[in-house]
Ligand binder design. Structure first.
Ligand code: SAM
Length: 298
């Protein structure tokens, strides 16, 4: 495979669940096993040597650390929710990002975790239980059917939208298949184009819906896809609506140098991770509404 030859192996990333264990103690514990480094970008992320097998380590089994990749951890970090806020995770199962949000909020405030698929709701509930978070309320339903003007949705300050996508950024098989055209998504295969268009249509609908919640100040849109059609194109199509609601694009994790494909003005605000060099292809867009000073009624 083109994606394995000559590449350094993927390190084992570990997110410390700071609801259960502090970072220093996690490092001490894991250093008994192997070499441990702190990630330079995300303070709750540790880097272990490639191939470190942790799946039955006590810290993993008791939810003190989560085996979560760096790109996945960048998403909740990009939303940067404040403790005490009401936050909505629109498409949340299996819940890795949901419980990361809970840790960033120090279990203060409220997280509404919406998930459409019944089986996946069970997985979400397992993840929440393991994390020890007590501020997450699960809603089994369609995010598109949540009414933004109704309590508690009218209190939501931040939305994490990580909708169903092609997954093309995390599957080596698919990457090989789509290699000649992976930035455009225009693979030779017509069924693949049809599938991506259908996904993109849902992604646009969901992102439009997220921007209509009346108290929302921050919306993160993320995928684990490498296709422009699910990433930059979705964002570009939503920009007029976003502007009409007072949102602009902001640069999440500005130290990260790999940004969006330059297909419209402002894509340097978008964030990409590369499926080869960063080992996973993710995309993150952050919409922010200028702060409204409620006390002064502005
Ligand atoms: N954020 C999750 C995590 O990090 O663990 C992964 C989310 S996964 C990419 C997308 C999820 O959205 C799937 O579990 C899917 O069942 C769910 N989903 C799809 N359409 C939905 C909808 N209309 N409303 C709510 N959830 C939906």
């Amino acid at each position: 495979s083109l994606y394995q030859t000559g590449d350094a192996p993927k390190p084992r990333y570990v997110r410390v669940n700071t609801l259960k264990l502090d970072i220093g103690s996690a490092m001490l514990e894991l250093e008994k096993l192997t070499k441990v480094q702190k990630d330079g970008l995300l303070p709750d992320l540790l880097i272990l040597p490639a191939g470190t097998d942790l799946h039955d380590h006590p810290l993993v089994l008791n939810g003190s650390v989560f085996l979560q990749g760096k790109a996945s951890c960048m998403v909740a970090a990009a939303l940067c929710p404040e403790p005490g806020w009401v936050v909505l995770d629109a498409c949340s199962a299996p819940g890795n990002k949901t419980v990361h949000l809970a840790a960033l909020m120090r279990d203060k405030g409220k997280i509404i975790a919406c998930e459409l698929n019944k089986q996946r709701v069970h997985r979400l509930e397992d993840t929440i239980r393991l994390s020890g978070a007590s501020n997450i309320h699960v809603v089994h339903g369609d995010f598109l059917n949540l009414t933004p003007s109704v309590h508690p949705y009218n209190k939501v300050r931040a939305i994490l939208l990580d909708p169903s996508c092609s997954g093309s950024g995390t599957s080596a098989e698919r990457l090989d298949h789509l290699l000649p055209s992976y930035t455009t998504g225009l693979a030779a295969d017509g069924t693949e184009i049809a599938r991506l268009s259908k996904l993109a249509a849902f992604q646009k609908k969901a992102l439009s819906h997220a921007l209509t919640f009346p108290a929302v100040e921050r919306v993160v849109y993320s995928t684990c896809s490498i296709h422009q059609i699910e990433n930059e194109d979705v964002v570009q199509s939503i920009l007029p609506l976003a502007a009409s609601h007072g949102f602009r694009l902001a640069a999440p994790l500005s130290q990260w140098t790999r940004r969006g494909l330059p297909v419209f003005e402002g894509t340097e605000k978008l964030l990409r991770t590369d499926p080869v060099e960063d080992k996973e292809g993710f995309f993150i867009a952050l919409f922010v509404k200028e702060h409204v000073d409620r006390n002064r009624g502005i």
